[in-house]
Design a protein around this ligand. Structure first.
Ligand SMILES: NC(=O)c1ccc[n+]([C@@H]2O[C@H](COP(=O)([O-])OP(=O)(O)OC[C@H]3O[C@@H](n4cnc5c(N)ncnc54)[C@H](OP(=O)(O)O)[C@@H]3O)[C@@H](O)[C@H]2O)c1
Length: 247
């Protein structure tokens, strides 16, 4: 049986990967800080309770990945509601540790066995926020720009050796994410909200189709398409409008 690792599998987008991957015949290794919740929510899976914002937490998962798996979903990530100048350096670095450093470390551990067997896939959960300047903090959107670019580079360099990489770029998705980051999302119109299932269904379809970047929902396909086409000044004006709505 092929094996898939999902980080952040207890809630939101990570939890929504569980059923479709099982339906595709994967044995699951699931990772989050709350091991009891993992065992309750994903019975029968191999459970790794680890804080991926720490070197020690990453090391436990890396040891499992080095034994060889077929699919990694680097999903665990966090936001921060505070402005850059109002947050501590510790908070900023903690965000980078989880959103960037853990993705790099886990990919670095998973890739060699995949290349050795000539097959595998790395699915990194990024964000539409990575396509433009941040409207709240500066670090979250920058972290996701890194994830998307990193993933596109992996796919470019390893596809011909049988290993695929997909950057999943969700827009606003109803999960625990915004409550955890203490963000007030009441100003976001309902047409901009996605479900985690929608994001995952689109991601797996895009992986099957050989795409490198996955954007769920027609509204976000238009927004991302426009973001890429607009000149920088127009993009900044659009970001400023969103920023005024959110702050
Ligand atoms: N929701 C959105 O609107 C949205 C939009 C774009 C992109 N994204 C991205 O999608 C991904 C998943 O977000 P989500 O919305 O599904 O979030 P969520 O509902 O808050 O779930 C986060 C998951 O990650 C785990 N986690 C959090 N911190 C962790 C840590 N330090 N170490 C290990 N596991 C950790 C949580 O479990 P524990 O608390 O037990 O550790 C939980 O299982 C993130 O990368 C996020 O940036 C989300």
């Amino acid at each position: 049986m092929p094996t898939a690792v999902i980080t952040g599998a207890t809630a939101g987008i990570g939890a929504a990967f569980v059923r479709p991957l099982r339906d595709r015949g994967y044995d699951l290794v699931v990772v989050a800080r709350d091991g009891d919740r993992l065992r309750r929510q994903v019975p029968g899976a191999e459970v790794i309770a680890a804080d991926l914002s720490t070197t020690e937490g990453c090391a436990v998962v890396e040891a499992r990945l080095e034994r060889g798996v077929d699919l990694v979903v680097n999903n665990a990530g966090r936001g921060l509601s505070k402005a850059f100048d109002e947050s501590t350096l510790h908070e900023q670095l903690g965000l980078l540790d989880l959103n960037v450093r853990s993705v790099l470390r886990l990919t670095h551990a998973a890739l060699p066995p995949m290349l050795a067997q000539g097959s595998g896939a790395i699915v990194n959960i990024s964000s539409v926020a990575g396509f433009s300047a941040g409207v709240r903090g500066a670090t979250y959107s920058a972290s996701k720009a890194w994830v998307t670019n990193f993933t596109e580079s992996l796919d470019l360099q390893y596809r011909h050796r049988g290993v695929r990489a997909l950057a999943v770029c969700p827009g606003f998705t109803r999960t625990e994410f915004h409550d955890r980051a203490e963000m007030d999302m009441s100003a976001i119109p309902s047409r901009l909200w996605l479900t985690a299932e929608q994001v995952v269904q689109t991601a797996l379809r895009d992986l099957d189709r050989g795409r490198t970047v996955s954007v769920a929902g027609p509204q976000y396909k238009v927004i991302v398409g426009a973001t890429k086409l607009l000149p920088t000044a127009a993009r900044r004006r659009a970001s400023a409008v969103v920023r005024r709505r959110l702050t």
